[in-house]
Design a binder for this molecule. Structure first.
Ligand SMILES: [Zn+2]
Length: 317
């Protein structure tokens, strides 16, 4: 075990990895569930290794945050949890010099798949058992998290009780990344913010190719994946219908354009009773989501077809 003060220094990394806060030194939404912060009021203070809310006054170090996120009352449990989360973890600054350690989660996934019937979280959100089985989605009944395996070294998780979203440590990745491999020019791949949004698209079109970046902070991982696979098709960005989603869409569109990748920016959930994300659209009005999706999909397919035709002509000339 490390010195507990050493663990306190992991707070900014914890905020990044487990709360998706890309820059804790800028104001972010207060993590106090009772606050309901509309305007970001919390910030990380390196001097004390805490994050503090300037609206409601609450402050957390890594232990009190773990206490909150995992419902752990005793300090001993909190230390154990931080140790577990940061097991063999190399703090960001020295990451360059160290090998990133991979963990094989196969056994954990198998255990979670067996428990999936203990929660109806995804069914309630309109996702079918068929898709749950297809993606081998499981349930961690101790942590009360739905577990989405990405590959054997990586998973995403979301709490069934609150907004907590987790990424496995070590190696994080993009949902359904394989679609980018061997993509032809006519391909259209939908990119969503969260896996549940991707599954929601599959609920209205079982042939859709959809990937998810798992948090708007993860745009660069997506860019890397596209670069590596030399993807030639087009991308449809369908992020959340909120300020950060709209901002992230623009950012992604620009980065894709720098790569020479054609993209369309579509605030799809806004078409469906102004839902905040695709899953909410599915739950609110599946029929309308399906119709809206079919409409934009046909439009983009046609536009992308024209693009491939034109480029085809160029080569002939
Ligand atoms: Zn607050």
């Amino acid at each position: 075990m490390k010195d507990i003060n050493e663990y306190r220094k992991y707070l900014p990394d914890y905020l990044k990895k487990y709360h998706g806060i890309t820059n804790p030194k800028k104001f972010f939404r207060c993590l106090n569930p009772e606050h309901g912060d509309e305007h970001p009021s919390m910030i990380y203070t390196p001097k004390y290794n805490i994050c503090k809310c300037f609206a409601c006054g609450v402050h957390y170090d890594i232990f009190s945050l773990v206490k909150l996120d995992f419902h752990l009352s005793s300090f001993q449990e909190q230390i154990k949890k931080v140790e577990e989360l940061f097991l063999n973890y190399v703090p960001e600054k020295s990451e360059f010099n160290q090998k990133i350690i991979k963990y094989d989660y196969t056994n954990y996934f198998n255990k979670c798949i067996k428990n999936i019937h203990e929660t109806n979280y995804l069914l309630q959100r309109g996702i079918s058992q068929e898709l749950i089985d297809k993606y081998r989605i499981g349930y961690d009944n101790e942590r009360q998290l739905v577990i989405f395996p990405i590959n054997k070294y990586c998973y995403y998780a979301r709490s069934v009780n609150n907004d907590l979203k987790l990424k496995s440590k070590g190696n994080s990745d993009i949902w359904n990344k394989h679609y980018f491999l061997n993509g032809s020019k006519e391909d259209l791949i939908y990119v969503t913010e969260g896996i549940i949004d991707s599954l929601s698209l599959e609920m209205v079109d079982n042939k859709v190719k959809t990937t998810s970046i798992n948090g708007v902070g993860n745009i660069n991982s997506l860019i890397q994946a596209i670069k590596k696979s030399n993807y030639k098709g087009a991308i449809v960005i369908t992020f959340d219908n909120d300020e950060s989603g709209i901002k992230a869409s623009k950012e992604l569109k620009e980065k894709l354009s720098c790569l020479g990748v054609k993209s369309y920016d579509c605030n799809l959930s806004a078409f469906v009773d102004n839902a905040k994300d695709i899953n909410e659209a599915l739950v609110k009005n599946k029929k309308k989501l399906k119709e809206s999706f079919q409409y934009i999909n046909a439009l983009y397919k046609y536009d992308n077809y024209l693009r491939t035709e034109k480029e085809g002509e160029d080569i002939v000339l």
